[in-house]
Design a protein around this ligand. Structure first.
Ligand code: SF4
Length: 682
């Protein structure tokens, strides 16, 4: 028996924990700790521990599929790629912007870089987006406007140095457990923990101060905390004077948010708001951690900018133990954005509207003139497909039928396309609708890099051969480019060749090489090969053009839907520790399934009594947009008037209840965390 341990990176959340895959006689049989990995020091959460289980699952895609008369039939790669070429050619001859791409935060940087290059240089469109549009899009936009860079400012390990950690709209002990571990380590060293959340989560249990926040009222809470900080003279005047601008504009707005006046809006007593402000403002080093509870609102960008205001007001940025730390959801969502799989930006967040940026890229890629028309974001792509303004979509490693709001409309949109191509490892609900399905390799069968939530780039190492004819995502695009007579632009023999090109055109990655990544990975920005990487951003100056942080005066906006007599509850959604995203991968794990495999809704005992429903009873959840049936879980851990539904389960799809009609005008984020809802007995 031959046993090999292959060090690689967990395929699930943005922590980016290192683990060893155990290869026994050519097959992956388990996971072993990678003790020296600096992110997780050998510890893993349940998802990481059982991440090997889906790799050899019998439902893995093994051969290309072509749909004929409504049925899939197997095809060779040659036949499938030539047929895709013919379909795409007809459409791009009419207009390249009739084609759109969805990239994947589950795929490597190399896969995503090649996808966006294929879309731009071969097809000729900027219609490229990824799941960040529906999670941290407001982070990217909001932090760009305030700090000039939309990424986590400090490292995971650095949190241990904080004297105060303010966690808002995030439940790291379940969603990012190995970051949760760092927070517990900080607490053990004396850090004060504040948690603002509508649920008394496993993270909230460890809080020194818990703020039971009504969903959608974050700006009121934050403005009020800032008012207290100013009243008590806890602002950092030197930092405000030398490192920021537009402070007076902020000051004027927060005058109207006294703790007494926002008590009834936020659901948090004035005394608690004052206490939170004093703990955060008096600490020498305060850090903020947030996640989708902040961003997945139509006012998500406001929330992000408000948090940026709080950090700058107190000078809690650019130093150890401080910072503003958005926890990215998927393992490579930071990387997919860095690689330019975005409708408005090239790799390295370069603005392609600038002529010189396009000209440099045309030279680097050795291609013809690149399209300067702005691309569409994901919700706009689906809207265009629904209206017949989009004719083809190419989806890599994503399942929008499950993950995008308004499931039924998403299905109709995809069915309305002339051509749908899906590249994945399983026949997902989206792949079932496709005209062409291409079998890709899983994380365990590929080399490359992932960039975790703290901007640490790490090597992913191939631990086994893929099943059947499955192929790496980047290689599929290279082969399709060859069929489309564009192979000279894709001369890669390995993932390292692609990475060399990435670093040549992505300033943040310039000094990073595969050789340098072999030890512990590296933080971007890393401008040259002698640079050690940058674990803390904004130390001397911000990344804005003038180097100053910009205060943004933010007023509280109301939610598109508030509870009323017809829909008296607020529905919030989120993740649980045992599953990940649409459970396409964790759902194939027996062990995780044994823990929990069915949908449920959390409801406060007072609401349960009023509705006359009991624990485990099946009920209907109804919103203005749809309904589902699920099981009741009565718990006092959720605030009265709010209900919580996990996002993972096929038998209780939250996106049957959501709405994509009302969007934030700049980020196109729909309201996903606070919908008016009612519960009915069945
Ligand atoms: Fe994987 Fe995240 Fe768990 Fe780490 S914390 S093992 S990255 S799911």
């Amino acid at each position: 028996m031959k046993i090999d341990l292959i060090p690689t990176i967990c395929p699930y959340c943005g922590c980016g924990c290192g683990l060893n895959l155990v290869n026994v006689d050519g097959e992956i049989k388990g996971v072993e700790p990678w003790k020296r990995n600096p992110v997780n020091e050998g510890k893993l959460c349940p998802k990481g521990n059982f991440s090997y289980e889906f790799i050899n699952h019998k439902e893995r895609l093994k051969t290309p599929l072509i749909k004929e008369n409504g049925q899939f039939r197997e095809a060779s790669w040659d036949e499938a790629l030539n047929a895709i070429f013919r379909e795409l050619k007809k459409i791009i001859d009419e207009d390249p912007d009739l084609v759109a791409f969805l990239s994947s935060a589950r795929c490597t940087n190399e896969d995503n870089y090649v996808l966006q290059k294929f879309a731009r240089a071969v097809i000729g469109t900027n219609n490229i987006d990824n799941c960040a549009a529906l999670c941290h899009g407001p982070t990217v936009s909001g932090l760009n406007l305030t700090f000039g860079s939309g990424a986590m400012t400090n490292s995971i390990k650095d949190m241990e140095k904080a004297d105060c950690i303010f966690i808002i709209g995030s439940n790291p002990l379940e969603q990012h457990p190995l970051i949760g571990r760092r927070i517990l380590k900080a607490k053990a060293k004396g850090s004060k923990i504040i948690v603002a959340d509508p649920r008394y989560t496993p993270t909230a249990k460890h809080a020194d101060l818990f703020l039971p926040l009504t969903p959608g009222t974050d700006v009121a809470l934050l403005n009020s905390m800032m008012q207290v900080i100013l009243k008590e003279g806890l602002e950092d005047q030197d930092f405000i004077r030398t490192r920021t601008r537009d402070f007076e504009k902020l000051k004027k707005v927060i005058e109207n948010y006294s703790p007494d006046s926002v008590e009834h809006i936020t659901g948090i007593s004035a005394a608690k708001i004052e206490n939170a402000a004093l703990i955060y403002g008096e600490a020498e080093k305060s850090s903020i951690v947030y996640c989708l509870g902040i961003t997945e609102h139509i006012m998500g960008m406001d929330n992000v900018m408000s948090l940026a205001n709080l950090t700058m007001l107190t000078g809690n940025i650019g130093r150890e133990g401080t910072g503003l730390n958005p926890l990215r959801g998927q393992n490579n969502v930071q990387g997919v954005c860095d690689m330019g799989a975005l409708p408005f930006l090239y790799p390295g967040y370069k603005k392609y509207v600038l002529d010189n940026v396009r000209a440099d890229t045309e030279y680097e890629w050795n291609c013809g003139p690149l399209n300067f028309l702005p691309g569409l974001q994901m919700v706009e792509i689906l809207e265009a497909a629904y209206d017949g303004r989009m004719k083809a979509m190419y989806i890599m490693g994503e399942n929008p039928v499950f993950s995008e709001p308004e499931t039924m409309k998403v299905k109709e949109s995809l069915l309305n396309l002339e051509t749908l191509i899906v590249q994945d490892i399983f026949l997902t609900e989206t792949a079932e609708l496709a005209d062409f399905v291409l079998p890709a390799t899983s994380w365990a069968e590929k080399n490359g890099t992932f960039t975790n939530t703290e901007r640490r780039v790490q090597l992913v190492r191939k631990a086994a051969d893929p099943p059947g004819q499955a192929m790496e995502d980047w290689r599929i695009f290279c082969q399709l480019a060859q069929v489309m007579n564009s192979s000279e632009m894709f001369p890669y023999r390995s993932e390292e060749d692609i990475f060399e090109e990435i670093r040549s055109i992505t300033p943040q990655y310039k000094g990073i090489t595969y050789q340098r990544l072999k030890a512990d990975g590296m933080y971007w920005p890393c401008p040259d090969e002698d640079h050690p990487g940058t674990p803390i951003l904004h130390g001397e100056k911000f990344a804005t053009p003038h180097g100053l942080g910009v205060f943004k005066p933010i007023e509280l906006r109301s939610l598109p839907e508030t509870p009323d007599d017809d829909y008296p509850l607020i529905l919030s959604t989120g993740r649980i520790i045992f599953h990940y995203h649409n459970s396409n991968m964790t759902g194939k794990s027996k062990i995780l399934g044994n823990e929990i495999s069915k949908s449920f809704v959390e409801i406060n005992p007072k609401d349960a009594l009023k509705l006359g429903v009991s624990n485990q009873e099946m009920v209907k959840i109804i919103t203005r947009h749809g309904e589902i049936e699920t099981k009741v879980k009565i718990t006092s851990k959720i605030t009265h008037g709010i209900i919580f539904l996990p996002i993972h389960f096929l038998d209780g799809k939250p996106n049957l209840l959501t709405n994509s009609k009302v969007l934030d005008p700049s980020t196109k984020m729909p309201e996903l965390k606070a919908l008016a809802a009612k519960i009915e007995k069945i």
